[in-house]
Design a protein around this ligand. Sequence first.
Ligand code: G
Ligand code: G
Ligand code: MN
Ligand code: NA
Length: 250
Amino acid sequence: RMIEHDLRLAIEKGEMAIAYQPQTRIGTQEITGFEALLRWNHPVRGDMSPAVFIPIAEESGIILRIGEWVLREACREASSWDRPLKIAVNVSALQVNNPTFVTLVQAILDESGLAPERLELEITESVLIRDPERALQTLTQLKAIGVSIAMDDFGTGYSSLSNLRNFPFDKIKIDRSFVRAIDVNIQAAAIVRAVLGLGRGLGLPVIAEGVETNGELAFLNAEGCREAQGYLFGQPAPIEMFRSVTHAEA
Ligand code: G
Ligand code: G
Ligand code: MN
Ligand code: NA
């Protein structure tokens, strides 16, 4: 496929970039960290969504090289900040299940000098499916080197409550499909409320994704959600846009 061919060359041609989206503490509105979101400016098609090209990168295995690039780039960027904010990086199932993944993460931490506590890996439950025992071993090793693990897109896909019990997650990210519907759909509101209750019961912080309106924010705050991410607080953007956050004033 053409796209696959182009993907192989995209990094060396400098077509990939990372957009950073703030994660905000709801009570104080302070930014606690950023999620790194991959962007590809295709020479002919223009900006392509990762929702389109990540699946192709996964099928073809190119995700291993692209994912390594994102991780290295994001850690190097975060290590240059004056403030010790967190950096959240999405990693795909193929990456996490690759036998050298933990070694790679450790090497990138070493070379960037980033404190492991500042790195959060966002994984979806698809990571846990193929070989749960191996996944558990890998996540346990990642925790041992000081990295934290967030469960991304919670409530969709392969979600199973037992995964929260059986794997060492540090945070739950409520999928934005629920957050988006809070104002208009009582089922979605009930699910968000239930996930927040689950987080409280398990002692796991919960972050709401895709927060766009003050109505959604008010609901989340009233229901005890402490952290949020979404266009209401900031769109994914080049990190320079957040310089006043990442760097101390001169
Ligand atoms: O930010 P955006 O809506 O374009 O992201 C679309 C999807 O692509 C999301 O599910 C997001 O998790 C995923 N994604 C974005 N960047 C990366 C990345 O660097 N690695 C992986 N594996 N997925 C990513
Ligand atoms: O699946 P994951 O959570 O990694 O993907 C995050 C995706 O959500 C990215 O594509 C990002 O651009 C998108 N996103 C972040 N905030 C908002 C928002 O407030 N509204 C919408 N529609 N998308 C958002
Ligand atoms: Mn994510
Ligand atoms: Na998500």
